[in-house]
Write a protein that binds this ligand. Structure first.
Ligand code: SF4
Length: 327
C-alpha cells in the first residue's frame, strides 16, 4: 500500500472543500476502498474521513417517505422499523448483501459507490479498461461466469455488485449530493450509475469532489414487495441474478409494477418495457412471458455467463408468480 495523507472533516462543506486538489478519496466504512488500496487499484494521496459527519439518521419526509443519511450503516437501515414495514424489498436486499460484519461497517453512500467484483479488475496483471483506461478487457474471451448480459459494451461487461441499489431502483430513490461549488443535486437513482460505453472507468454521474449526503425514498408504493437473489452460496456472495419487485394487483388486474434487476447488468437495471408488459393486464402466464421477453430482448451472453439468460427468465417468472398468486 502506498503512503497517503489523512484528514477527518467536521461538516459536509469541509468534506467537499478537502477534495479540491490532488487525488483524494472520501472514506466512511472503507469496506471496499481499503481492499482496493491494498491492491493498489485505488491510490489516493489523501483520505478524507467523513465517518463523523452528522449523516447517520433516517428521518421521515413530509411526502411520506424517508430521508436516509449517507452514513447510515447497511445493518441499521435493514433494521429500521419503517424500512421493514414500508420498504421490505429494501430490507431484504440489504440483508442479502455481504456478511453481518461488513453490513455493520458499510454505509449507504459507500454501497452505491462500491466497485465491480470482476476478477480481472482486481488482478493488476490483467488488462482492464475500468482500472486502466484503454488497456483492454481481459474478461472478453476470458472467464465470464459473473459478468453481465445487459448494458454491456465492447469495452466492459462487468456487473454492478450492489443489492441495495437494485431495491433503490425499484423504489425510485433519489440520491442527494453536495458539490464543492455548493451545488446541491437530486439525482434519480436510474440516472446515477452510468453504462460502461467507451468509458467504463466513469461509473456514476458524480462530479469531482461531490459528496452523497442522503438517499431519499418517496412514499412506499402500493402492492407486495420481494427481493430474490440467486448466488453461488447462501451468504457472502454476489448475485448471479436478482430481482427487486413491487407489484400491485386490484380486481384481477396489475395496477402497478416496479421491477429492477441485479447480477445481470452493468448497472442496477430497470427497464420500463418489462413493467409495461404487465400493467393494465391480468397477471397471466402470457403476460409474464411478455415481461420476460421484454427484459431479455437485448441480452447477450459471453460464453461463461450464457446461463444467466435462462436463469433470469426463471427468476423473474418465479417472483411474478409469488407476488401475484398466479400459478
Ligand atoms: Fe475490466 Fe470491465 Fe473488462 Fe472486467 S469486464 S476486465 S472490469 S473492463
Amino acid at each position: 500500500m502506498r503512503s497517503f495523507d489523512y484528514c477527518r472533516v467536521a461538516s459536509p462543506e469541509h468534506a467537499v472543500a478537502a477534495m479540491a486538489e490532488g487525488h483524494p478519496r472520501f472514506i466512511a466504512g472503507g469496506t471496499n476502498l481499503l481492499d482496493l488500496m491494498k491492491l493498489e487499484i485505488e491510490t489516493p494521496d489523501r483520505l478524507v474521513d467523513i465517518s463523523r459527519l452528522a449523516l447517520g439518521d433516517v428521518e421521515n419526509t413530509d411526502a411520506g417517505g424517508l430521508l436516509i443519511g449517507a452514513l447510515v450503516t447497511n445493518s441499521d437501515l435493514a433494521a429500521d422499523a419503517r424500512v421493514r414495514a414500508r420498504y421490505p424489498v429494501l430490507a431484504r436486499a440489504l440483508l442479502a448483501g455481504a456478511s453481518p460484519q461488513l453490513r455493520n461497517k458499510a454505509s449507504v453512500g459507500g454501497n452505491l459507490l462500491q466497485r465491480t467484483r470482476c476478477p480481472y479488475f482486481y488482478d493488476t496483471n490483467m488488462a482492464c479498461n475500468k482500472r486502466a483506461p484503454g488497456s483492454g478487457c481481459a474478461a472478453l474471451g476470458g472467464i465470464t461466469r459473473s459478468h453481465a448480459i445487459l448494458g454491456t459494451s465492447e469495452h466492459c461487461i462487468a456487473t454492478h455488485p450492489s443489492d441495495m441499489a437494485v431495491a433503490l431502483a425499484a423504489l425510485d430513490a433519489v440520491v442527494v449530493t453536495l458539490a464543492p461549488d455548493g451545488d446541491r443535486r437530486r439525482i434519480a437513482i436510474g440516472d446515477f450509475h452510468r453504462l460502461p460505453g467507451q468509458t467504463p472507468h466513469h461509473e456514476t454521474v458524480l462530479k469531482r469532489g461531490e459528496l452523497i449526503t442522503h438517499v431519499e425514498l418517496p412514499a412506499a408504493p402500493p402492492g407486495r414487495q420481494a427481493y430474490r437473489k440467486v448466488r453461488d452460496r447462501a451468504s457472502y456472495a454476489f448475485a448471479l441474478a436478482s430481482v427487486a419487485a413491487v407489484i400491485a394487483v386490484e380486481n384481477g388486474v396489475v395496477t402497478s409494477a416496479r421491477l429492477a434487476f441485479g447480477g445481470i447488468a452493468t448497472k442496477p437495471w430497470r427497464d420500463t418495457a418489462v413493467e409495461a408488459a404487465l400493467v393494465g393486464h391480468a397477471p397471466t402466464a402470457e403476460r409474464f412471458a411478455a415481461a420476460v421477453d421484454a427484459l431479455l430482448a437485448g441480452a447477450r451472453g459471453h460464453g461463461g455467463n450464457d446461463f444467466k439468460i435462462p436463469l433470469a427468465r426463471r427468476l423473474l417468472l418465479a417472483v411474478l408468480r409469488d407476488l401475484t398468486g398466479e400459478l
